[in-house]
Structures are given as structure tokens and as C-alpha cells.
Design a protein around this ligand. Structure first.
Ligand code: HEM
Length: 481
């Protein structure tokens, strides 16, 4: 039985249960893992490929074999997780296989056979996307590998680093016949002393995610008061699109946005300290005003001190902070998920409708850290986030968040300022319409919950080093190339 669009919208309230998949069986078997739920492995290697033009037939054969041997389906990912929980047996090496638009073309696919998403078709280096929307640095300033034409991406991951590196070596050797590895990234999960996943600035990460899987939903409902203030569930149509090249009735794929984001950790912490001094508040609270959560994950709209919860809550909205006296509008998590704020501005549709539209912009983040492994070292260069996110519609999801919420000075209100983590103002010299970053001064509350504010210019300490848009095709497409 084929799934309909209605089915994707109306996943059961409790989400899909891969242990008892019912009508979703076919979908889970043909869909790559890491999309509906993160693969959770500690180490990963990302290989960026260019197919050799004279070896197209061999490349297709190579992909078929790779898909059969390594690519992990959503069903296998879930089965392995269950086996680990029940018997303590680790899963096999995890792998995803992704193609860019140029990758499809290089393999001989005609434009009508290539997934249709517009930014995916244009590519991340496209001047309109880069300059007008994302405000990314010029391509000549990206890392050398990302400047090249990327055709494919292999994501290979495991908890055992030695095993992973051995597997990657083997894969690299066999790849040489059919592709050039034009770039490689080695990622890992960074953890704080409490064992929680963090990013390089030291904040707990990966807390707020759209949830699709029954087990995740039930756990979150228990932790988050039955979603009384924020419902983390999402329908499958925000993440999956039909893969028309797939060979089953329920062949689906998802678009991946990949961005290498370098973090200047030392400078970030110095700026955080200066912000604290300017506002005459403590350093922890200053960090929380920047991120929207304390380093331990406590949302600053709920509390002016960290609560050190083992699992930080995601059950909150900004209904009791509509003047942004607790969490500034420009804080990273408020700009990237306004939780109803856009329904409060004049000319907005009715609140519920605005919230529904907002929720359709959600992305599924699957990023990992790179560079320095010691979370207390404060690297200025060479460390950061390999930002990966899946979605069904790049323009309406990642590109929308970056270009319409994070980058602009105006958001919900005038003069709010850029997202201090990922906002990119563009280059003022070339385009007079662009905002000079030096003029973007945000207002910050000096007393939590009170209206008094001070102005401060928080510099941008995250630098985009390159990236691309990809599609994660169905497994039946890959095995039948
Ligand atoms: C949440 C850090 C890049 C979108 C968060 C959180 C942290 C964080 C600490 C809070 C924990 C959580 O809810 O998971 C960073 C850092 C980045 C980065 C250090 C760059 C180096 C991005 C990018 C985007 C993004 C490029 C997309 C355009 C989001 C979203 C949330 C989030 C949607 C969840 C907000 C919510 O639902 O409350 N990020 N992030 N982040 N980030 Fe980022």
C-alpha cells in the first residue's frame, strides 16, 4: 500500500514506531537513516566526491555496492538501537550517501530526473543564493575543497574510532577507481563534564528537535509536561519528499544542507565577558542572553539562573516574555525558532495560523563538532560545527531561517539586530543595501524580566567556510543505479 501526502501529514499522534512499523514498514526500509532520528555515533568522517567523467558506469556500480554494504536504512538503524538496548551489542558502521545536483548530472541523469528543490538545483555557490539570501562569504574565501564542484557526500560514522578509520581507508581505496576525494571532514561529538553533548562555545546542543519517532516522543512528553507549552512533534512532510527515482511505492528522501562553521571560541568568551560587564550581570546570564539558553541548556525565558537539569526542557514558548525582557528577540534560539513571536506582529495572520506557518520552517539538525577535542581549550581557528540539517524544502526551511530570521536586523520588531551566533550581514561595500555589521547594535536587558536595556555590539564569531546542498535518495534508487 502506497503512502499518500495525507499519510505524511497525519502520522499517528505518538509518531512512527519502527519496532512495529505497520504501514510505514516500506518507508523505513527504503529511507536512509539519520533523517528521522540522529545516528548517535561518536565519530564521523565526511568524504566529498567528484565522479571521474570517464568512469560513470563504474561509479554507478560502486554506488550500488556501497549502498548494499554500508548505507543504513531507518529500519536497520532502529533495529540496531533496539539490539543495543536489549543486548548491549553495538550496531555496524553507519553510512549515508548523498548527491548534489551536479552529482546527479555527472552520473548522467537528465534535469527532469533530478530532485526539484530550487536551492538544491542552484547549488550553494550560486551568486543569488550566496549574496542575496544567505550573505555567505565569497566562494574564493571558502576552504579549497568546498570551492570545487562537489558531486557526492559519504557520511560514515561509528563509536569505535579505530574501526571507523579502518573502514574509511578501505572505502577510500576502492573509491579511487571512480572518484576523486576532493575534501574530507572528521567530526565528533563534543561532551561536557556531565556527559551532555555540547558545541565549542560550551553550550548544550541538540536539545530542541522536531520529533517523528514514537520512542522519542514518549520520552519527551514525559520530560516536557506532555508538551503543554511547546509541541516537539512534527509531521513527516516537513522532512521527507518522494524520491521519484526510487523503486518502491514508498521511496522517500530528504534534502541536506551542509555548512562548515568555524567558531572563534576565545574571542566569543571574551565578548561574552564584556557583555556581562556592560550590563553589570554575571557571565552565565550574558551567555544565555546571546544563545537563549544557559550553557546547561536552561531556557533564559524561563529562568535567570541555570537549573542544571540532566535533560534540559524544551517545553516553553515566549508567551510570558512578549516584550523580550527575559530572552532578547535576537537570541540565537529565539531567532531560529520564534515559537509564536511572528504571530504577534501587526499584519501577521491570526496567531494560530502564524504559529502553524512558523512550525513548517523547522529543520532537523544533525551537526557534529570538528577540530579541537578538549572542550576547555579555547581555539581561535580550526574548530567549529559541521552543521547538517535535513528538510523537505530548503527554501522554506534552512534558507528561510538563515535569510529571513537570523540575518536581518529587523525581526518581529525593528532594530532587533542579527542572530549573534549565525547572523551574516553581507558585505556593506559591494551592496549599499547591506547592513554594516558595526551598525548592528542590539539592546540587551540589564535586569532579567525588567524593561531597562543597554546597547551592545556583539561581534560575529562564527565564520562560514563552505558547504553545499545535497539529497539523500532512497536506498532502492541507489541499489538499482
Ligand atoms: C539551537 C548553537 C548554527 C538553528 C541551538 C542551541 C545551541 C546552538 C547551543 C540550543 C540547544 C538546542 O536547542 O539544541 C549553535 C552554534 C552554531 C549553530 C554554536 C554555529 C556554530 C545554527 C544554524 C542554524 C541553527 C546554522 C540554522 C540556520 C538552530 C535551531 C535551534 C538551535 C533551529 C533550535 C531552536 C529552538 O527550537 O529553540 N543552536 N547553532 N543553528 N539552532 Fe543553532
Amino acid at each position: 500500500m502506497a503512502l499518500t501526502e495525507e499519510d505524511l501529514k497525519n502520522v499517528p499522534e505518538t509518531g512512527i514506531d519502527p519496532e512495529n512499523p505497520g504501514k510505514y514498514q516500506g518507508l523505513l526500509e527504503d529511507l536512509q537513516g539519520n533523517i528521522l532520528k540522529g545516528h548517535g555515533r561518536d565519530y564521523s568522517v565526511h568524504l566529498f566526491l567528484e565522479w571521474k567523467s570517464e568512469k560513470v558506469a563504474e561509479a554507478k556500480e560502486w554506488i550500488q555496492t556501497f549502498a548494499k554494504c554500508y548505507v543504513t536504512s531507518a529500519k536497520r538503524q532502529a533495529d540496531e538501537a533496539l539490539r543495543y538496548r536489549q543486548e548491549g551489542i553495538y550496531g555496524k558502521v553507519f553510512a549515508n550517501f548523498l548527491l548534489s545536483r551536479r552529482g546527479y548530472e555527472a552520473l548522467g541523469f537528465k534535469p527532469f530526473q533530478v530532485p526539484k528543490d530550487q536551492p538544491f538545483t542552484m547549488g550553494m555557490k550560486n551568486e543569488q543564493i550566496r549574496q542575496d539570501f544567505l550573505k555567505d562569504p565569497e566562494v574564493k574565501h571558502w576552504e579549497a575543497g568546498f570551492q570545487k564542484d562537489i558531486h557526492g557526500l559519504l557520511l560514515i560514522a561509528d563509536d569505535n574510532l579505530i574501526n571507523l578509520l579502518q573502514t574509511v581507508n578501505k572505502i577510500c581505496q576502492s573509491l579511487r577507481q571512480v572518484a576523486v576525494i576532493i575534501h574530507r571532514e572528521d567530526g565528533f561529538i563534543l561532551r561536557n563534564k556531565a556527559g551532555q553533548i555540547i558545541e565549542h562555545f560550551g553550550f548544550v546542543d541538540g536539545v530542541s528537535q522536531p520529533l517523528f519517532i514514537k520512542r522519542d516522543i514518549v520520552r519527551a512528553q514525559t520530560n516536557d509536561c506532555n508538551f503543554s507549552q511547546w509541541d516537539s512533534r512534527a509531521a513527516l512532510d516537513i522532512i521527507l519528499v518522494k524520491d521519484y527515482n526510487g523503486k518502491t511505492e514508498d521511496s522517500y528522501g530528504s534534502y541536506l544542507v551542509y555548512r562548515k562553521l568555524e567558531q572563534d571560541v576565545k574571542a566569543f568568551h571574551e565578548d561574552q565577558q564584556k557583555l556581562a560587564e556592560t550590563l553589570n550581570i554575571n557571565n552565565d546570564l550574558a551567555g544565555a542572553l546571546v544563545m537563549g539558553r544557559f550553557a546547561d541548556g536552561t531556557p533564559v525565558t524561563k529562568s535567570d539562573i541555570p537549573t542544571y537539569a540532566v535533560t534540559p526542557t524544551n517545553n516553553f514558548n515566549y508567551d510570558e516574555d512578549t516584550a523580550a525582557t527575559k530572552c532578547p528577540f535576537h537570541a540565537h534560539i529565539r531567532k531560529t525558532n520564534p515559537r509564536g513571536d511572528t504571530g504577534r506582529v501587526e499584519s501577521a495572520p491570526e496567531f494560530d495560523e502564524a504559529l502553524r506557518i512558523e512550525r513548517d520552517h523547522r529543520i532537523v539538525r544533525r551537526g557534529v563538532s570538528y577540530g579541537e577535542h578538549d572542550p576547555t581549550a579555547k581555539p581561535r581557528e580550526g574548530s567549529g560545527l559541521l552543521f547538517l540539517c535535513f528538510q523537505a524544502d530548503i527554501e522554506n526551511q534552512f534558507n528561510f531561517i538563515q535569510s529571513r530570521w537570523a540575518n536581518p536586523d529587523r525581526f518581529v520588531d525593528v532594530g532587533v539586530g542579527l542572530d549573534p551566533i549565525i547572523g551574516q550581514p553581507g558585505r556593506p561595500k559591494c551592496d549599499p543595501k547591506n547592513v554594516d555589521p558595526k551598525n548592528v547594535i542590539s539592546k540587551w536587558p540589564t535586569k532579567w524580566g525588567e524593561s531597562e536595556t543597554k546597547e551592545y555590539h556583539f561581534e560575529l564569531w562564527v565564520k562560514m567556510k563552505g558547504g553545499e546542498y545535497f539529497f539523500a535518495p532512497s536506498i532502492s534508487f541507489l541499489t538499482s543505479l
